[in-house]
Design a protein. Structure first.
Length: 320
């Protein structure tokens, strides 16, 4: 009998996690489930997590981007309308009527206050944590469309790369950054204009105060652990860089010393997205395979997983 009570106590948090999800309680983090076209919370802690039910965003969503602060998401409805979903905010979900329809890609700034809606034009959205406002960025003349985008938290600096690496401001100013032409992933540090950028061969560069007088430093030479980057992020204090590559190698690099620690996740990362813990990252979206997490919160890097489950039907989708 005692063992039965112990088991019930152990399972209680997980049974609670399986209840219908509130949009006001995202839990440990949020991930997108392309099977149900819905956002779903991750309940629990690293090593003991389960997926919650679909969050009610009012409509099915595609082409979803989730803020690294886990405070909001932007997605596109099947009809092409851009929708803002705040976790714990008010209103919880709203359509952005002034947004260009059907963007093919959405890029959020680290703090979730600004975003790029990318299509034939680049539209800037600021004030996502308050009252959204809209503007435009112009592509500088270059031979090929950009393939890498990164946006600063204040919405005043856009880095884009395709052959040439540019830093662009909303007023039309453009600076050619002295970075290699083969940048494969990049990100701004939260609340700053510092950029980390990784080449396809795995060389890692940090640019301080990106602009005409930027200081660029190579902190790591490319190797099997950093080549073919799938995603890169700064730690909030800027002392470390975290990287995932397409082969499943995960790295934590000290910006000051260049010292790197790596491990293999035996998975195929599609990105590197922070959860509520600044040093725990989601590596993929929800699918029929486990959701993989990279834990760099201690010197001993770890891999955790959230078990796969059956499809969680979006109530808005099932009503159609």
């Amino acid at each position: 009998m005692r063992s039965r009570y112990l088991l019930a106590g152990f399972l209680a948090p997980f049974l609670a996690a399986a209840q219908p999800a509130s949009i006001d309680s995202p839990g440990f983090g949020v991930a997108y489930d392309s099977r149900s076209l819905a956002l779903r919370p991750i309940r629990g802690i690293p090593g003991a997590s389960l997926l919650g039910d679909a969050m009610d965003s009012g409509t099915p969503l595609v082409n979803v981007a989730i803020s690294t602060r886990q405070n909001l998401a932007l997605g596109v409805t099947p009809e092409g309308q851009v929708r803002l979903v705040r976790f714990g905010g008010s209103p919880a979900a709203q359509s952005l009527d002034a947004a260009y329809p059907s963007p093919t890609r959405i890029v959020l700034a680290p703090g979730g206050r600004a975003a790029l809606l990318i299509g034939p034009q680049i539209q800037l959205v600021t004030g996502l944590d308050n009252i959204p406002a809209f503007g435009d960025f112009s592509y500088p003349g270059q031979p090929a469309p950009p393939v890498v985008f990164a946006l600063s938290d204040d919405g005043q600096a856009l880095m884009l790369a395709s052959g040439t690496v540019w830093l662009i401001s909303p007023d039309g100013g453009a600076t050619n950054l002295p970075l290699p032409s083969t940048i494969g992933a990049a990100a701004f540090r939260p609340n700053s204009h510092d950029i980390v950028a990784v080449t396809n061969s795995g060389d890692v560069y940090v640019t301080r105060q990106a602009g005409p007088n930027a200081e660029v430093q190579q902190i790591h030479s490319g190797d099997d652990a950093t080549a073919d980057p799938a995603g890169v992020q700064f730690s909030p204090d800027g002392t470390r860089v975290f990287l995932a590559n397409a082969s499943g190698m995960l790295s934590a690099i000290d910006v000051r010393t260049g010292t790197a620690a790596s491990l293999l996740c035996h998975c195929k990362p599609t990105g590197l997205d922070p959860l509520h813990d600044d040093a725990v990252f989601r590596l993929n979206e929800i699918s029929d395979r486990p959701l993989m997490l990279f834990d760099a919160s201690s010197p001993d890097l770890r891999i955790w997983f959230v078990p796969a489950d059956t499809i969680a039907i979006n109530p808005q989708r099932s009503a159609r």
